[in-house]
Write a protein that binds this ligand. Structure first.
Ligand code: ZN
Length: 410
């Protein structure tokens, strides 16, 4: 078969230190070998690491980049919800599109090629966010696969009209449904309704859950119970679960067993959790980040994700998942090579598993999706915050970020 492109001397993440050539034709990987002799266009990357694109399972494009219209004095979750709820009343579809586009382009330049974006739906904003993000999903399909999770950030049973809008979004093609029981006056009822809608439209579920540090109560057990009774093993994710960080070893082990038994996945959002948690402490502030590294050993699928960008939930954001992996490693006190490599897995292969992606990975037959990093292995990618040098999606180049150069004696 005639090849369109050969990526030469590549070190595929997870197969370090082996070097291979990767042959591409028709937008797909068609050959992987120690050496491919072909008269095709190509690039020799000299043993650098290549990943099949980063996977961000949890980001809010629709409410990104609104710091200019919000205040963030307390830095609490309650303030963030209140401020964004107020700002949201003035959102229109084009405003959402332009802000989301700015954030999405940053994510693409950081090597993200698969994304689950959580979009707010309620009677104030209606389906404007959903409509804007669907346009973006189509406009940027050349660079990134986006799935849209619609969810009621301000509650469901306490907010009449919200459920009808969620159902309308599902009818119009939302990819999955999310829940946010901590803002609802009836959290158990909220969870039950979200499972019911998911069943009606045969969708996966992604909850915002247990987003505080009080170990005396939890919604996680109810989500695990509903996952089992509705046979949605492998189709339910919980995000934040910062409460897990406040559990001593015994109760954490019990909760780990519950999660593993129910087949519920966990997404950690270190930047937001570090910013918002523990605000009632005036010293010795807890980190408040769920210990995903401790859950991995029990077979729980875990991802590390971006969450918010430049809003009162998180006034930071370059959309780099390498930075998120590094931030998590730093906060979780992980430094051994295997530990750092697992942090890179939590922004690549594991989130792909969480999203039930069937065509992810550098393998013959899969789309030719590559991001080349300026490093030699997964450990150095996380330890040194390796920069993405270029990306290719379905065999077409999507971005380039040439390495910085010193100008000695210039
Ligand atoms: Zn979120």
């Amino acid at each position: 078969m005639a090849l369109d492109f050969v990526l030469r001397n590549a070190c595929i993440a997870g197969q370090e230190p082996r070097r291979v050539d990767i042959g591409v034709a028709g937008g797909r990987v068609v050959e992987i070998a120690s050496r491919i002799d072909a008269d095709a266009d190509g690039e020799d990357i000299d043993g650098r690491l290549v990943v099949p694109g980063f996977v961000d399972t949890h980001i809010h494009l629709d409410k990104s980049c609104i710091l200019d219209r919000c205040s963030s004095r307390e830095g609490t979750l309650a303030e963030a919800i209140r401020e964004v709820a107020a700002a949201k009343r003035d959102f229109d579809e084009d405003d959402i599109y332009q802000r989301a586009r700015r954030t999405l382009e940053k994510a693409i330049l950081q090597g993200t090629m698969r994304m689950r974006t959580h979009v707010e739906v309620d009677p104030r904003v209606g389906l404007k966010g959903f409509a804007a993000i669907r346009r973006l999903q189509q406009a940027y399909a050349w660079a990134i696969d986006i799935e849209i999770c619609v969810f009621p950030q301000e509650g469901l049973l306490n907010d009449p009209g919200t459920e009808e809008l969620l159902i309308e979004a599902c009818k119009q093609g939302a990819d999955l449904i999310g829940g946010c029981p901590y803002t609802d006056s009836d959290p158990a009822g909220h969870i039950e309704r979200i499972f019911a809608i998911a069943r009606e439209f045969d969708l996966d579920i992604d909850f915002h859950l247990d987003f505080d540090l009080d170990p005396s109560w939890t919604h996680l057990e109810e989500v695990c119970r509903m996952t089992k009774t509705t046979a949605r093993d492998g189709r339910v994710t919980v995000g934040h679960v910062s409460k897990l960080s406040s559990l001593p070893p015994g109760p954490l082990a019990a909760m780990t067993t519950r999660l593993a038994d129910a087949g519920v996945a966990v997404t950690v959002l270190p930047s937001t959790d570090l910013f918002l948690m523990g605000r009632n402490h005036d010293h010795d502030v807890p980190r408040g980040v769920a210990p995903a590294h401790r859950l991995l050993g029990s077979g729980i699928v875990c991802s590390i994700a971006t969450n918010n960008v430049l809003n009162p939930f998180t006034p930071f954001g370059d959309c780099s998942l390498v930075r998120m992996a590094n931030l998590f490693a730093n906060v979780a006190q992980l430094g051994r090579p295997g530990e750092l490599a697992s942090c890179l897995d939590m922004v690549t292969t594991l989130p792909a598993e969480l999203m039930n992606l069937t065509n992810y990975g550098i393998a013959v037959g899969n789309p030719a999706d590559f991001v080349v990093l300026d490093c030699k292995d997964r450990t150095s990618a996380v330890a040194e915050l390796a920069r993405p040098l270029f990306g290719m999606k379905s065999g077409r180049r999507t971005f380039v970020c040439p390495p910085a150069r010193l100008l000695h004696g210039a």
